[in-house]
Write a protein that binds this ligand. Structure first.
Ligand code: ADP
Length: 300
């Protein structure tokens, strides 16, 4: 679709008018593992619009369908029924899949399984090579992606011998080299130490600030506070969605799903029970401290 195409036409053609401006549009998505005799319905009617440049966190108890949803969003799994569209192209359309997977890059929890070459630079070059990108452009992309994830000087190392944090950053670099519009991360920080986790999250924030769409599956509630929108999954469906403060305001519902509040919101609730009201919209430690200091100053 040319850039100058009328928006109404774009919406009508690709989203039936209902999902205009959606970058990724999910309609009544069902996903079933196994065969008819013995099968598990991992997703049961998920509908969701993701606009370009969003930072979305997907949370939920184990087995709620987060990972399956992430794989459907990036075209790694094709819906059993319903529809996932990326820039208007359906992930059911085999001819569109190469483009979809280059547009939406997926980073898994154990990127080891994703690595297919024996050096960092070959690993980063692998994706664009498969897309048929010319060699000079591949070299430019490889250098740029390695620089963006802070791995200059490590080009010749064996991916399998890197630390967990380095592997995660290499997996991101391998995706960046395909110049995706979106990164989907499935528990990518789960096995990282706090320092490596911090460095990966800082990188995601940087990419988000540069306009990339970030979708992250995580069970770290502190990470969720970085997102602009949260989707809470439960038994294959979306149970709650909203800005982090809106979702965390539903502490009883979250408890029911076995999810904890991030520490700052938990402290805010504890203080409120003791009569010190800082505001339900506190979700980060920085905001908590700012409100306490403002209160202190107000009394001084
Ligand atoms: P989450 O990421 O929230 O832990 P998943 O999407 O991994 O949830 O799993 C959702 C459901 O699908 C679970 O019941 C899980 O056991 C099942 N499931 C996931 N992967 C497979 C698979 N490869 N084969 C069969 N069942 C699966």
């Amino acid at each position: 679709m040319p850039d100058g195409a009328p928006r109404v036409l774009r919406g009508a053609l690709f989203f039936g008018g209902g999902g205009m401006d959606a970058f990724i549009s999910v309609r009544d998505l069902h996903y079933r593992y196994g065969n008819a005799g013995e099968s598990i319905e991992a997703l049961r009617g998920v509908s969701l619009n993701i606009v370009r440049g969003e930072y979305l966190a997907i949370v939920g108890p184990n087995g709620s369908g987060k990972s399956t949803l992430a794989k459907c969003l990036s075209g790694l799994l094709s819906p059993s029924s319903g529809d996932v569209r990326v820039n208007g192209a359906s992930t059911r359309d085999a001819a569109a899949l190469v483009g979809i997977r280059a547009t939406v890059g997926m980073v898994l929890q154990n990127p080891d399984n994703q690595f297919v070459t024996s050096s960092v630079e070959d690993e980063v070059a692998f994706g664009p090579e498969n897309l048929g990108v010319p060699p000079a452009e591949i070299r430019r992309r490889v250098a740029s992606a390695i620089e963006r994830v802070g791995m200059c000087g490590q080009e010749l190392r064996d991916p399998h011998l890197l630390s967990s944090g380095e592997k995660a950053r290499l997996a991101v670099a391998a995706m960046l080299a395909m110049e995706p519009q979106c990164l989907v991360l499935d528990e990518a920080t789960a096995t990282l130490d706090p320092r490596s986790r911090g460095s990966l999250l800082a990188l995601l924030t940087q990419l988000y600030s540069a306009g990339m769409t970030i979708i992250t599956v995580t069970h770290h509630m502190t990470e969720v506070t970085r997102a602009k929108r949260v989707v809470v999954m439960e038994r294959g469906q979306i149970a709650l969605t909203g800005a982090p403060a809106e979702v965390f305001a539903r502490d009883d519902a979250l408890k029911g799903y076995g999810l904890a509040l991030p520490p700052a919101a938990a402290v805010e609730r504890g203080l409120a029970r003791r009569g010190l009201e800082l505001g339900r919209d506190v979700v980060t430690a920085e905001e908590l401290v700012r409100r306490v200091v403002a209160l202190w100053e107000g009394e001084g």
